[in-house]
Write a new protein. Structure first.
Length: 256
C-alpha cells in the first residue's frame, strides 16, 4: 500500500502539514520550517519509499509539471524525436516530465489534432510542437493558445497567423555548408532530396533549396544541380518501402 504523508508524520512526530511543507520546495520559500526538521522528514520519507501523488498535487497547485511534445510528421519524428526529448529533459531537469506522442502515416491530420487536445485534457503546463504543415489543424493550435491559454513553443517553423515563439534551425546555411563539405571530400555529383511525409514537401524545403543552389554555385557545379521532390512512388503506408523506392529513383538519376 502506498506510503502517505500521515504515515511519515507519525514516524517523524510532526503534523501532516509540516510533512507537506518539508517535502515541497515551493512551500519552503513561503513558510518557515527548520532545516533540521526538513532533513529528518525527507530522510524518513526516503526510508519508507514515499512517492508523491502527482495528480493530487496538480489538483491543488493547478500545475501538472508535465510538458507535451508533438514532434511533427512521421518520418521526421522517428529521426529526431529522441534528440528533442533529450534536449528538453536536459533543460528542465527532474522538475518536469515530458509527455510525447508520435504521429501516424495513416491519418496524420487527426493524429495531430488528437495529440494537441490530449495535452489540453491532461492540463499540461505547456506544449512544444512541430507543426505538421496541415492547414486544417491551424485552428487547433489557435485554440490551444487563445481558448485554453496553454504556453506553446514551435520547432523549426511558425504557423501563419499565430504569434508564438519559434526555435528554428538555419536550413539555408546548413545545406550550403553540407554541399561544400561534400565537395571538399571530392564529390561533384551532389543531389538534394526532400523526404516528406507520404510524399509531402517539407515546410523548410525552400530554405534548403536556396542553400543547395548557392552551394552548388559556390563550388562551380550549378549546371549539375539535381533536386528530387517528394512524389508518389507506388507505395502506400510502408515507410521502408517508400524510402527505398525513393532512393532507387535518386540513384538512377545520379548515374545517368
Amino acid at each position: 500500500m502506498p506510503v502517505k504523508m500521515i504515515d511519515i508524520a507519525r514516524r517523524a512526530g510532526v503534523s501532516r502539514s509540516t510533512v507537506s511543507l518539508a517535502l515541497n520546495d515551493e512551500s519552503l520559500k513561503k513558510y518557515q520550517v527548520s532545516p533540521q526538521t526538513v532533513k529528518e522528514v525527507r530522510r524518513i520519507a526516503r526510508e519508507m519509499g514515499y512517492r508523491p501523488n502527482r495528480l493530487g498535487m496538480a489538483l491543488v497547485s493547478a500545475k501538472s509539471h508535465v510538458i507535451g511534445l508533438f514532434p511533427g510528421g512521421m518520418s521526421r519524428a522517428r529521426a529526431s524525436h529522441g534528440t528533442e526529448a533529450e534536449g528538453i529533459i536536459s533543460e528542465i531537469g527532474t522538475d518536469y516530465t515530458v509527455f510525447s506522442t508520435l504521429p501516424s502515416y495513416r491519418d496524420p491530420v487527426e493524429q495531430e489534432r488528437a495529440a494537441l487536445m490530449a495535452f489540453v485534457d491532461y492540463r499540461l503546463d505547456g506544449i512544444i510542437a512541430l507543426w505538421s504543415g496541415h492547414n486544417e489543424n491551424i485552428d487547433v493550435y489557435r485554440e490551444v493558445i487563445e481558448r485554453y491559454h496553454l504556453p506553446l513553443v514551435l520547432l523549426e517553423h511558425g504557423i501563419p497567423g499565430l504569434d508564438v515563439p519559434v526555435v528554428a534551425a538555419d536550413y539555408r546555411a546548413t545545406t550550403f555548408e553540407a554541399v561544400k563539405a561534400l565537395h571538399r571530400l571530392g564529390h561533384t555529383k551532389i543531389a538534394l532530396m526532400y523526404h516528406g511525409e507520404s510524399g509531402k514537401r517539407p515546410l523548410y524545403s525552400d530554405e534548403e533549396r536556396e542553400g543547395y543552389t548557392a552551394g552548388m554555385a559556390a563550388i562551380g557545379q550549378a549546371q549539375n544541380s539535381l533536386v528530387f521532390e517528394p512524389r508518389n512512388v507506388g507505395v502506400n503506408d510502408d515507410e521502408e518501402e517508400y524510402v527505398g523506392a525513393y532512393y532507387e529513383i535518386m540513384a538512377a538519376r545520379l548515374h545517368e
